[in-house]
Structures are given as C-alpha cells and as structure tokens.
Design a protein around this ligand. Sequence first.
Ligand code: GAL
Length: 383
Amino acid sequence: MKKKVVSTLLAVAMLATVVTGCGSSDNKATENNDTVVETADTTTADTTIADTAADAAADTAAAAADATTTTEGGLADKTVGVCIYQFNDNFMTLFRTELENYLVSQGFSKDNIKIVDGANDQATQSNQIDNFITEGVDVLIINPVNSSSAETITDKVVGADVPLVYINREPSADEQKRWVDNNWDVTYVGCDARQSGTMQGELIVDLGLEKVDLNGDGKVQYVMVEGDPENVDAQYRTEFSVKALTDAGWEVECLVDQVGNWDQAQGEQIVANALAQYGNDVEVVFCNNDAMALGAYTAIQNAGRKVNENIYLTGVDALAEALQLVIEGNMTGTVLNDHFAQSHSAADAAIGFANGDTVEKYIGCDYKKVTNENAQEVLDQVK
Ligand code: GAL
C-alpha cells in the first residue's frame, strides 16, 4: 500500500517535471524575446559560411608565413591566457585545439599560450583569472563558466588593464553595453544561436508535415533536450527550433523539455525516459547540440526505433560522429557550428588588442545547415 502511494507520487512528480520543463521553456522563450536585439538573418547564411578545415589549413599556413613579417618584436613575446569553461566538452575541445594552432601560426610561441580548465566551476575559473592577472598576461580569452559572472570578470580584468576576448557564452546585452559606453578593450566572439535554432527547425519543416506527423493527429509531438542554460545558445536553440515549425503554420506539442547540459550520457537518459513514457507519440527529438543527439540516437536505437522512418532527430555543432550518422541516415540533420571561424576570430581579436589596434565589440559568424545532401562535404572540411 505504502509502496503504491510512493510510486504514484513519483509518477506525479515525474510528470510535473516534464510538464514544467515544456512550460518553463515557453516562458523562457517569452523572456528572451524581450532581450532580442536583432533577428538572425538565416537567408544569407548558406552563402556566407566562414572558413572550414580545408580553407582553415590554407589560411593557417599562409598566416604562418605572414607571421614572420608582421610580428617582428611582437607576438612571439606576448602571453595569452585562455580560460575554457570545461575541457570535458566535445565542441569546446575542437575550439581550443584550433585556437592554439592558429595562435601559433600567427606568431605566438606555444609556451606563451596557457589554456586552463575551469572544470565547470566559476570559483575555479575566477582563481585562474586572478592567477593570469598576477602573472601579467598580455591578453585574456575567456569562455565563462557562468555568463552571469561576466560583469565581475570584466571589472577585474579591465581594472588590471588586460584586454579581454569573451568566447562561446555570450554576456548579456547590458554587459556588452558597458564595454561600448566605456570604450573598454573587451569583445565577444560567437555565432547567433537564434540562427542555429531556426535552421534545426527548418531541417524538420523541409521534410513536410505529412512525413513528420507520423501519428497523423495534425500536430508535431516533440522532445527537447536542452544544453546548460548558462549558455544562451541553449535558450535560443530551444525557442527558435520550435518557432520555425510554428512559423510554417504547424501545430506543435511539447512532450518533454529537459536540460541535458550538453552531455551525451544525459541526452541519452532524457530521450530513453521520454521514449519509455510516450513511445510512438514522439515524432521529433531536438537536441541543442550533437553530443546530446549522439546520446539520443543510442536511446532511439535501444527503443527499436529508426530515424527518418518513424522518428526524426536533429542536433547542432556538426561533430564528425554526428555527420557520420547524417550520412548513414541515422540522424535527420545537424547545423555546423564553425569552430574554425570562431577560434580564428577570437585569436585575431586578441592579436588586435596585443598590437594596440581598435577591435570591434561584437564579432559574429554564421551557422550552416547540414543534411544528408551536404554532410559528406562538411565532414571532409572539418576532419
Ligand atoms: C555551444 C555548443 C555546445 C557546447 C556549448 C558550451 O555553442 O553547441 O556543444 O559546446 O557551446 O558552452
């Protein structure tokens, strides 16, 4: 008897989480709308993708040749401190590896580039920033653990007269306004996550409602697996992927919306639970990144479902493993999050600061939609 009450309570609690998840995401979406400064222009995106691997390698080689002439008495002696929110993140690993390679190609000495792991803990990262300041680095590149700590970080770094390049986790509009108002040597490099969300939604819309509405009830039932909310990418990708469907006139129903923290194992768990609870009613699984989509794919396989036949799955980042799944037809699509363009822009901004140049306060880049049609091409570029 007691056992039954407990399990009923558990079931109610589970349902409450799920319902709250979908609901809170909608609320978040509304809040976000208030802070939207400009809408991502997805129409130009396909034609304006920045360099990926092949180009990047050529750039890096050309830059290395250039570096000798442009950096005499310059970059080889400069020191750069790089704070990554956590090393245990697939996308940020690609990012930091390319960042280091590109900085070296530009004339930095490898010994003068120090990259540290914030281990997803703001206190740890704040200590690392203090240490870099004490050591007297010439420029800092920071991927904050908590975007909400940006104001404190900026005050500390600007106070120490060190130029600062934020990457990947965009500080608030208010915070960015302070850099402009005070003309501080601070900038942000990143892509507009609204664009990636829209593209994810378009990957589904492009299939046509008839195909996606597998249970034929006139609406699309979906599961949303969100990244760590400390990165605004998670909120925007959640909001704009669904918006692409409703903008196309489709009715949608959120079955589950939960945070998987960009993590493959958490993505797998969330989708396994969702499939156990909702079974064939799950028509689309949106994951805010590919790592979680890889986990989702495992859960889908274990549930005996087949992507593109009786369920659809999308992610973001274009990790090599995800591109392979898209090629095989085991993922519906993904969106290239161009770590080459972003790491090069971040390095260029750091170099600009180190050389005393004026650097823009916001440096953007474009995402690219990846389907079965172009996945091989993108894989050849990124690997
Ligand atoms: C996102 C990326 C995720 C994760 C996150 C970390 O842009 O898509 O995979 O790396 O950044 O903040």
